[in-house]
Design a protein around this ligand. Structure first.
Ligand SMILES: [Zn+2]
Ligand SMILES: [Zn+2]
Length: 384
């Protein structure tokens, strides 16, 4: 758009319209008016004024370092974000507003306030760096969280997804006063299991510190000693299962935690899961991470014994991927149980679908599930 490029070029030619100032008096009169109106949510007044006097009146940014613990940015953009006015945020950005501090602050407010990512996405689309670190920008030495950590802390998953979609780094740690925080540990500590799982699904790699911290928080939570009540014992157990299942941490690190936790700290469920992990045995449904099968105590085991499921439907969901790896238990002819069964029925060698029957057999012995399995196989066979 023409008006936008005009604003950009005026900005590049060292106009100070969009540079943050540290004194209220350094703002133009028009900028002061607009900031005051934004505080009163007089958005129509601002729009009319900007139309009349040009977009620069929207560009005032006033930063205040209240003390070393408090840093604040005042602007039309941040106020619009504070009041959840996405339309005003859009209008301001499209007018050419591009002050990085204010954009970071507006994003932080929006992430903190709600799990609606509309405003955050607008900011990201207008050049906000999802990995911006105020310390490296020389803006606020005491900053201890990046935007992803704010989303993690608040349990706002849509905001986290928006950041990841724009390239936020899930493995970026922040060291503060001798403590190292990562998005994974912040999420675990706040009990936001869905975001913890999201990070691991999107490829976060748990460090040794992460593994120690997550186990530490979760074991404390099981004893009711974790400060954040969102990390209940139930959530803590899910957290550990997800960490082991998707994060696949080094078994030596896990063994160390397992061996050295004091007996009084050992939660029976967490230690059962951990033991299975160290023995290379499945401990949760491969698809949904449930620890027990629906309507049964134990998970349904694939004949290969490498994966388990909570239900036939989870097994079916995973079969397309698993059939490539699934060998089932092999006899002396190198055939799985499923292959033998198929051969004895059809007189032919087993096809890829063979092990599928095998999985249904995994549920055998319980009557109902076994029958269901066979029924499923037959009906699918007909469709083919
Ligand atoms: Zn499942
Ligand atoms: Zn298998």
């Amino acid at each position: 758009m023409e008006s936008q490029s005009e604003v950009e070029s005026s900005h590049n030619s060292s106009e100070t319209t969009n540079v943050a100032v540290h004194s209220w008096d350094d703002l133009t009169e028009g900028q002061q008016c607009c900031i005051n109106w934004a505080g009163d949510q007089d958005w129509d007044l601002i729009k009319g004024y900007a139309k009349e006097h040009g977009p620069e009146v929207l560009f005032g940014v006033y930063t205040v370092l209240v003390d070393e613990d408090e840093w604040s940015v005042v602007s039309v953009l941040t106020a619009a974000s504070q009041y959840g006015n996405a339309e005003m945020v859009k209008l301001t950005l499209e007018a050419g507003f591009d002050n990085k501090e204010a954009m970071f602050w507006a994003a932080g407010i929006s992430i903190f306030n709600s799990d609606n990512s509309t405003i955050l996405r607008l900011l990201l689309e207008h050049g906000l760096d999802p990995n911006m670190d105020l310390r490296f920008e020389g803006l606020w030495e005491k900053c201890s969280k990046n935007l992803l950590m704010v989303a993690a802390e608040k349990g706002h998953i849509d905001q986290a997804i928006a950041l990841l979609d724009h390239g936020a780094n899930m493995n970026k740690t922040m060291a503060v006063n001798g403590n190292v925080y990562s998005p994974l540990t912040v999420t675990a500590s706040c009990g936001a299991h869905d975001i913890f799982r999201l990070f691991l699904t999107r490829g976060a790699i748990p460090t040794t510190d992460d593994v120690f911290d997550v186990f530490g928080y979760c074991l404390k939570a099981c004893k009711g000693e974790h400060p954040n009540p969102s990390l209940s014992r139930d959530v803590a157990i899910k957290m550990v299962a997800t960490l082991l299942h998707l994060g696949k941490p080094d078994s030596d690190v896990v063994r160390d935690i397992y061996n050295y936790a004091e007996p009084s700290r050992r939660d029976p469920t967490i230690f059962n899961i951990t033991k299975h992990y160290l023995q290379g045995r499945p401990f949760c449904c491969y698809v949904c991470e449930a620890l027990t099968a629906k309507e049964r105590d134990k998970l349904l085991m694939c004949p290969c014994r490498n994966v388990a499921y909570c239900s036939r439907s989870c097994q079916v969901k995973h079969w397309r991927e698993h059939k490539v790896h699934c060998r089932g238990p092999l006899n002396e002819r190198g055939e799985s149980e499923a292959m033998v069964k198929k051969r004895s029925k059809t007189g032919k060698g087993a096809a890829a679908g063979g092990a599928d029957v095998g999985v249904a057999e995994g549920a055998d012995g319980t009557g109902k599930n076994g029958k269901k399995g066979k029924k499923g196989k037959n009906s699918r066979g007909k469709k083919k």
